[in-house]
Design a protein around this ligand. Sequence first.
Ligand code: C5P
Length: 221
Amino acid sequence: GERINIAIDGPAGAGKSTVARKVAEQLGYIYIDTGAMYRAVTYSSQQAGIGPQEAGKLADHVTHLDIKLQAGDNGQTVFLNGKNVTEQIRSRDVTLNVSHYAANEAVRQFLGAAQRRLAEDKGVVMDGRDIGSHVLPNAELKVFLTASVEERALRRYKEVAGKQPVTLEQLAEEISQRDQLDEQREISPLVRAEDAILLDSTAMPIEEVAQAIVKLSRTKL
Ligand code: C5P
């Protein structure tokens, strides 16, 4: 076939979404940010007053959710039941709680099924934590993108500088906390799929990482 699916997984702040967007742009593929989907579920549940441990309520809640991702010039717009929640899902409150909601089985089943449907026709670059290992085990190209915690915290710090009153040390602590929760959960944890190519972006400009993945994708056609 002429189109493949590309899975890009890795820990928080490794540059996955920037890289995935660039790769999709170059290949004319669709970019899907699965983290945004987990964030949308988290935001919605918080709004509904449902905590991450309330499994029954969460299982029911997700059946009422319609999450849509729309590519645009200023990045990706996220719609939750028709409402634009792009800004809301990036709040600290969502970021600090998303891993707890993401550990819920019903949430993962609901979003995993939606993600598989989006990738059915191929030509998708999907970034997340469990795409290569669980959601799209047959993806033609799998990349596991990492970077040191220090470097990831620094990148996040530059992003939020001036917008959020948070120190570099706090960010580093929050990032490793989130990684731990994502690595240690029972259902589809963050793990490198055996057949995923490991890329360390600590000392590698994001643009180069994207180019490397585009090159790799050509070998899979
Ligand atoms: O990618 P991002 O940092 O926005 O993801 C937010 C959170 O969503 C992750 O920390 C993780 O808990 C959850 N997530 C997940 N599986 C994915 C994508 C994200 O559990 N495929």
